[in-house]
Design a protein around this ligand. Structure first.
Ligand code: LUZ
Ligand code: MOS
Length: 762
């Protein structure tokens, strides 16, 4: 089935926050962010701004009607700064004016005097100063201290990954409309309507039942709107509440880039030990997470780094410790993969360091150590593994030997172009690591004309979740898809939702839809049985017809629905799903946090230009563990997008903060994301056929985040291409591998002068 939104998307008719018709009298907000990264506010002068045309009111922390706090996991984030500012762009004041332009013009007239304090941008420096967001955590399996003595080869090193800008096409924004008795209707571009509802209730001093957060869809989220839509919604709601007028704020691109957090940069140390046969016996890692100025979701992101620190490999002795380090950057937040990719980069770096030192291909060590069913992760869960199946199938299907031969041949006859190859196996745990978040609800109404309305907590953000929900309802009710409509996501219809995140949205909400529809079908069967004088067990519904004893009857869906209504049988159902059998003990750091894992293997090959340092992605060839995809078109789109986003992070997207904590890569002129010319020339995706049962909706495994990690292979493929040109290069594990860094690596040589090509290319 095609994505149900594709028609309105292509015609430009899909409604995003900025397309919602404005109510007369709507005012516009704009935030004034701190001009420096760390300091104490001495004076704030609003007089010139307040005198600007159209300005209605300028809000500061003193105007907050509830608690001046929007922090989630840790209450460390004021809605508006009081005295202390701790990142550049931190909102200090919120101007409300009659037009967008007037609000932004007034923001420019605000002046603030801030006594500067020392700025930390580097997580290792924060670590040295004891600046932590929460307690450090350690995952442990076996005993690394004694395992080193059994290792033939031990390697140590450091690996760094930079952040990543979400760059959702639709920026952050909210539109708050006051209702009678102080209630508020809020349109918000959020992955977490309930998170927005909570933040608004707390900061405005209202009850959650007064706040209807209503979401039609987002123009992308990628994690950036899991927590960080709250700020803008809370500011608009506060202003609407105080002024009794609708208030809207849609950030422009530079505001969004400067004021919101990104993927967490990490700096990490690793130590890896192998025996004679290249089995990895021991692994130690220390992760320094750059959390930014407040907690946001950093503790949960850090936890997932530990969960994925051994990636898809079985290692019997592991000690991994992670520190969440407080710096003066905008609070970093969820981003597709949620700390997992950062952990997986480090183990791949460790394996690569071992392989380069031993003069072998990394894939030899990778293949040798892939986990098997029954192997234990450091957090105590046993793998149900498809790692070997994906790896072996990728090797055979894509004829890895032939690819290698071609590359070797190419490299032997080309001096100024070199090719590189890397394999990237992945393993990603599905479920929120916070067990209690793994629940969802659905509300299904069958109307008397036979049409069906479905509400869930799922937020459509381009990932196609509404199409999947519709498929579930149509399938269980056995009706045509066009009878089913997905309603907007509203906190008045579905309460206490988890954000659409962790790749788990279709599973959690889909199971709830399935349960609700199953219950309605059960009732309809009872009605039909009464009419047809058979028992309910002998009734089934198929293609909008009622079957009794295997025979089609004269009763169709519409008649049955009307008959149920006439008999006063409920045609509505609200169902609740909670993922079974998951648990985690954070004090022991053991448990069974994931309902299942998603596996896959990618073969990535690249060509570099050894004069310019530029490169091209030739192909990414994947065997992916879908379970049984319920929508191959959508799932393929997720994988293609994930791969490109992952290789963007690894190769070209470079966030630059200066030492004063100001974002230098603050626009698309200075921050390069993959475009149509930088995507791989070929992306091949082959499903792994499995018979394994799993707890995914219709056995169709979660697909949102895992494929991003295939992109990590691009970094290692580039590295191998550089080494084909300059075998002496010692290249730090420091992603992204931008063309600048690649060029430096090509021509650096620690020991011997490098053979520069002569003018005629010889
Ligand atoms: N969000 C969250 C996530 O709150 N918990 C998670 O475990 C998670 N995992 C991936 C992406 N978002
Ligand atoms: Mo996400 S990183 O699943 O919001």
């Amino acid at each position: 089935m095609k994505n149900i939104d594709s028609r309105t998307h292509v015609r430009g008719e899909s409604v995003y926050l900025d397309d919602i018709p404005l109510i007369q009298g709507t005012l516009f907000g704009a935030a004034f962010g701190s001009p420096i990264a760390h300091g104490i506010i001495k004076t704030l002068d609003l007089s010139a701004a307040a005198a600007m045309p159209g300005v209605v009111k300028i809000f500061t922390y003193e105007d907050v009607t509830g608690e001046n706090q929007i922090g989630g996991i840790v209450p460390d984030e004021p809605l508006l700064a009081e005295h202390h500012v701790h990142f550049c762009g931190m909102p200090i004041a919120f101007v409300v004016a009659e037009t967008d332009d007037e609000a932004r013009a007034a923001v420019k007239r605000i002046t603030v005097e801030i006594e500067p304090l020392p700025v930390i941008t580097d997580p290792r420096e924060a670590y040295a100063q004891g600046e932590f967001i929460i307690r450090p955590r350690t995952h442990k399996l076996g005993e690394t201290t004694t395992a080193w003595s059994q290792c033939t080869h031990i390697f140590e090193g450091r690996a760094d990954t930079n952040g990543q800008e979400h760059l959702y096409i639709e920026t952050q924004g909210a539109y708050a409309i006051p209702q009678e008795n102080n209630a508020i209707k809020l349109y918000s571009s959020t992955q977490g309507p309930t998170a927005v509802q909570r933040a608004v209730a707390r900061s405005s001093g209202l009850h959650m039942h007064q706040i209807d957060v209503d979401v039609t869809r987002l123009g992308g989220g990628f994690g950036g709107k899991e927590d960080q839509a709250n700020m803008w919604a809370a500011l608009c709601a506060l202003a609407a509440h105080v002024l009794h007028k609708p208030v809207k704020y849609a950030l422009n691109r530079m505001e969004d880039m400067a004021m919101t957090g990104k993927r967490h940069p990490y700096s990490s140390d690793f130590k890896i030990g192998l025996d004679n046969d290249l089995n990895i016996l021991a692994y130690e890692a220390t992760f320094y997470q750059n959390a930014g100025a407040s907690a946001d979701l950093s503790p949960a992101v850090m936890e997932r780094t530990l969960f994925h620190c051994t990636s898809t490999y079985f290692i019997p002795n592991v000690t991994a410790t992670a520190y969440s380090c407080r710096t003066h950057l905008p609070p970093n937040t969820a981003f597709r993969g949620f700390g997992g990719p950062q952990g997986m980069f480090v183990i791949e770096a460790a394996i690569t360091k071992a392989a380069e030192s031993l003069g072998i291909d990394a894939s030899v060590i990778q293949a040798k150590n892939l986990n098997k069913t029954g192997d234990e992760f450091a957090y105590g869960q046993k793998a149900v593994s498809e790692a070997h199946a994906c790896w072996n199938k990728a090797n055979e299907l894509y004829d890895l030997e032939a690819i290698r031969d071609n590359i070797a041949k190419f490299n032997s006859v080309n001096l100024l172009y070199k090719k590189g190859l890397a394999l990237m196996p992945i393993c990603f745990g599905i479920s929120f690591t916070n067990t209690r978040m793994n629940q969802a609800r659905a509300l299904v109404h069958v109307y008397t004309d036979g049409s069906v309305g479905v509400s869930t907590g799922a937020v459509e953000m381009g990932q196609g979740v509404n199409t999947k929900m519709l498929q579930v309802a149509a399938h269980v009710l056995s009706i045509q898809p066009d009878r089913v409509k997905l309603q907007t996501t509203s906190t008045y219809r579905i309460a206490n939702t988890s954000p659409s995140a962790a790749s788990a949205t279709a599973d959690l909400n889909g199971k709830a839809v399935q349960m609700a529809c199953t219950e309605i079908v059960r009732r309809l069967k009872v009605v039909a049985a009464g009419e047809l004088n058979v028992s309910a067990e002998e009734i089934f519904l198929k293609d909008e017809w009622v079957y009794a004893n295997g025979e089609r009857t004269d009763w169709n869906w519409n008649q049955l629905v009307m008959e149920a209504f006439t008999k006063r049988v409920s045609l509505s159902e609200h169902a609740h799903y909670a993922t079974p059998d998951i648990h985690y003990d954070a004090s022991e750091e053991k448990g069974h946090p994931f309902t299942y894992h998603v596996y896959g293997t990618a073969i990535v090959d690249v060509t570099i230009d050894c004069l310019r340092g530029t490169y091209e992605m030739e192909s990414v060839k994947v065997v992916h563990d879908f379970g049984v995809s319920m929508n191959p078109l959508i799932d393929r789109g997720q994988i293609e997008g994930g791969i490109v986003q992952g290789l963007g992070w690894m190769t070209m997207e470079e966030i630059v903060f200066d030492q004063a904590g100001r974002l230098r890569s603050n626009a698309l002129s200075t921050y390069k994301v993959p475009d149509i010319y930088s995507v791989p020339k070929e992306i091949a995706i082959e499903p792994l056929k499995t018979e394994q049962d799993n707890l995914a909706i219709f056995r169709s495994k979660a697909v949102g985040e895992p494929p991003l990690m295939y992109g990590i292979g691009a970094y290692f493929a580039l590295r191998n291409a550089v080494r084909a040109f300059n075998p002496m290069a010692t290249i730090p594990f420091d992603a992204p591998m931008t063309p600048e860094k690649l060029l430096l690596a090509l021509y650096q040589s620690p020991t011997a002068p490098h053979p520069m090509p002569s003018a005629n290319g010889e």
